[in-house]
Design a protein around this ligand. Structure first.
Ligand SMILES: Cc1cc2nc3c(=O)[nH]c(=O)nc-3n(C[C@H](O)[C@H](O)[C@H](O)COP(=O)(O)OP(=O)(O)OC[C@H]3O[C@@H](n4cnc5c(N)ncnc54)[C@H](O)[C@@H]3O)c2cc1C
Length: 319
């Protein structure tokens, strides 16, 4: 019996969350005497080799587009054939869309957005925040495969080692040809907030959606991207890709600048592990200051333009 991970591709590279799944997967597989296996769609032998070096004993390769319905067919047919005990996905945008489809096809459950996976008393336990992040639920699943999506950047990636494994090329399941045709790939505007080194996030302290421009300028000058608390996403001021927190992205940048953000538990859940937190807030008692390495009490509409001016001067003096 095996512990299978879906190794998502990001362009020609394996998405780093797959190495994190292999890292924790290796420990769990050892404790439960399972074979650690990976499946990948739309990759070549060199990718399988990388997954093996990171701990996979067997890698199943499907030569098809990493397209959601094709992947669903490949993964569910593989799971029916090899019957993994545990099946893990990264909680990326793609993984969050794919895993429930596979779970439905396998008639099993899915624990979404796990922040930890463990073995306790010989049982596989999935851990995820519940009740808006106020408690951590420890979930034991009876149906098999036991399926989870796991948040990116919450686990240590597997170390790369010199090791051998098997690459198994799989034929596409018979129901694929003709069923799905990729007509056109549209590139949506999206940002890679989870890998950003610097994030400048805005909250309800902003008065208008246009004020995000000011944050974009600051982010640009710091070499980062713009993030947001949830209310502004819900109001349609900025896309969900930018949302940080419990129901958004978990981030771990070198610098996180929280501007006009109070520091609710749900927001903190997504950014409290940042290396350095800088908070700008007019309310000195805002909870965010309890987590900030540097706090500036004041009106963001005075402080942010001043910061931008200083950084721009600094830039021109280096030219
Ligand atoms: C199930 C669930 C999931 C959730 N998921 C998320 C999530 O993923 N991410 C998330 O962010 N929230 C999430 N929330 C919402 C969360 O509970 C808070 O409502 C939200 O984080 C508050 O956003 P905020 O800090 O921007 O706004 P507020 O709490 O309203 O804070 C605004 C801050 O701006 C300051 N301010 C106002 N004017 C200025 C000014 N001129 N200059 C400087 N500071 C100023 C104020 O002092 C205040 O501290 C979730 C809630 C639920 C129930």
């Amino acid at each position: 019996m095996g512990l299978l991970i879906f190794a998502e591709m990001s362009g020609k590279e394996v998405h780093p969350v797959a190495f994190e799944l292999l890292g924790r997967g290796k420990e769990i597989a050892r404790e439960l005497s399972l074979t650690l296996e990976a499946v990948v769609c739309g990759a070549e032998d060199d990718v399988a080799e990388e997954l093996i070096k990171h701990g996979a004993e067997n890698v199943y390769l499907y030569h098809c587009e990493q397209e959601i319905m094709m992947c669903k067919e490949c993964l569910s047919s593989l799971a029916k054939e090899i019957r993994p005990e545990i099946f893990l996905f990264g909680a990326t945008k793609f993984g969050r869309a794919l895993a429930p489809r596979v779970a439905a096809a396998l008639n099993t459950g899915l624990t979404a957005d796990c922040t930890d996976l463990r073995v306790e008393d010989g049982e596989f336990i999935q851990i995820r925040p519940a009740f808006t992040g106020n408690i951590l639920a420890h979930i034991k699943t009876r149906s098999t495969p036991k399926m989870s999506t796991v948040r990116y950047r919450v686990m240590k990636p597997a170390e790369r080692e010199d090791r051998e494994g098997r690459t198994i090329r799989k034929d596409l399941p018979p129901n694929i040809p003709g069923s799905f045709a990729l007509i056109k790939r549209e590139k949506m505007e999206s940002i890679d907030i989870q890998n950003a080194d610097v994030i400048v996030s805005g909250g309800r302290g902003l008065k208008n959606r246009e004020d995000f421009r000011m944050l974009e300028t600051l982010a640009y000058l710091l070499g980062g991207v713009v993030g947001s608390s949830r209310p502004l996403v819900d109001d349609g001021w900025i896309s969900r890709d930018h949302q940080v927190g419990f129901s958004g992205n978990t981030v771990k940048p070198r610098i996180y600048v929280a501007i006009g953000i109070s520091g609710s538990p749900q927001h903190l859940a997504g950014m409290r592990n940042s290396e350095m937190i800088v908070a700008i807030n007019s309310d000195p008692s805002a909870p965010i200051f309890r987590y900030a390495d540097y706090g500036i009490v004041g009106d963001l509409y005075e402080i942010v333009p001043e910061l931008i001016e200083k950084l721009e001067k600094n830039e021109t003096s280096h030219e």
